[in-house]
Design a protein around this ligand. Sequence first.
Ligand code: ADP
Length: 487
Amino acid sequence: MSNLRVLFVTPEAYPLVKTGGLGDVSAALPAALRQLGVDVRLLLPGYPDVLDTVRPAYTDLTLPLLPGIEAAQLRVGLMPDGETPLYVLDCPQLYARPGTAYHDSEGKEWADNDLRFGALSKAAALLGKAEIAQHLDFRPDIIHCNDWQTALVPAYQRYMSGVHPYTLLSIHNMAFQGVFGAQSVPALGLPWESFSLYGLEYYGLMSFLKGGLYYADWISTVSPTYAEEIQTAEFGYGLQGLLHQRHSQLTGILNGIDTQHWNPTADPHLVSPYSTHDLSGKRQNKIHLQARLGLQANPNLPLLGMISRLTQQKGIDLLLPVLREIIAEGAQVAILGSGDKTFEKALCKVAEDLPGLVSVTLGYDESLAHQIEAGADIFLMPSRFEPCGLNQMYSMRYGTVPIVRRTGGLADTVVDTTPLTLDAGTATGFVFEHSDPATLLKTVQQALLLYRYPDTWQQLQRNGMQRDFGWTQSAQQYLALYQQFLD
Ligand code: ADP
């Protein structure tokens, strides 16, 4: 283990708690960094599932967090990988509730999310203090914060005495900013002085993310293209100016994927494993998927898959107007996801009208997600914006050719199919430019045309399957970033 110590603070980490890509990253990146010799430890809120699964031991460390909030106890355990040390912030008043990490059972955001995640940020800042760290035998050199829920760490540090660890704030999605009324400032135990243009203030409100972007020593985001995009009005949500100002301390590092968990040669969710050398098992998975989802049992029909939060970001509104036309081209579509109720309803209506051709499964289903990645021929990801995106990488690894919009991490990971890229053996998918249904339909038609040429199609599949999307390279880039603080 090197001397470098990193506290990785995050609101979610797979498999304990996951609502999206951040959960995957928070499990895989620390594990990959530990492989490189960094002493990384996680800090997570004590949601019931986290406490139940991890059963960590109590420490005698009690952390005073926010005004009027009971002190939290810090528990210590291990992530389910059995290797990564985990600190859990046990504060029943804030976290012992049903529902998800961010929402109640009705899907409404918890009204006190400012306090729930302010407390998490405050705890991380406290763990950076020498007098607290001595109880744990671990004092971080760097606190690696993730998204708005942890973005106040550097703001808390700013108003604490003593010397503090460096802070890196990783943005996984600019669309989520943690914006609350000004009254949150004193409730979070921060001084009014912090509520200024040069701090937390955001158009008269207070923004966790803005505070983080302002106070953190360095900022990273999850793909080089997204690092550029968020400096523009289209993607910056009003913070593009600040991001542009800090562009020399802004780095884009592509996420990796967990290549053990997502491995078509040894995936326990699949009925038949397969590999680059022998793709025949993929057909068995397709037959199984068609049967499971009640789709017509015909492995010769091209099957398009989609696994996604059903939101505007993911381009569901681009797909809906052309879904019937895609089916008319002789394809099947399998969708798994949940989100916006209007989109859920509209998709279910199409599935009802086209039984055996369109399948919509609402909800979260890890096993089905693996089976769709394996059983589909084409993966749809028409996102309006996509900081990094994981599913397009899973797809390529599973020989499922992705159709994506040219944005963020999709632009950085998928190589469009052209005569030139086909010749060069680099083509891995289909990339379109404009966010409109007609362009999406045209791109699907192009893909379906090529699907009729099995040799070329298999070449495309193999090109994608051979790409290395593992975490090692990304972890090395994070390590280089950490090291530059200490040089
Ligand atoms: P985002 O984080 O914006 O939702 P990503 O593509 O970065 O999108 O990551 C999404 C992750 O969540 C992937 O691991 C994907 O497989 C998973 N996922 C999304 N929706 C579902 C679902 N309904 N069931 C199972 N897994 C899902």
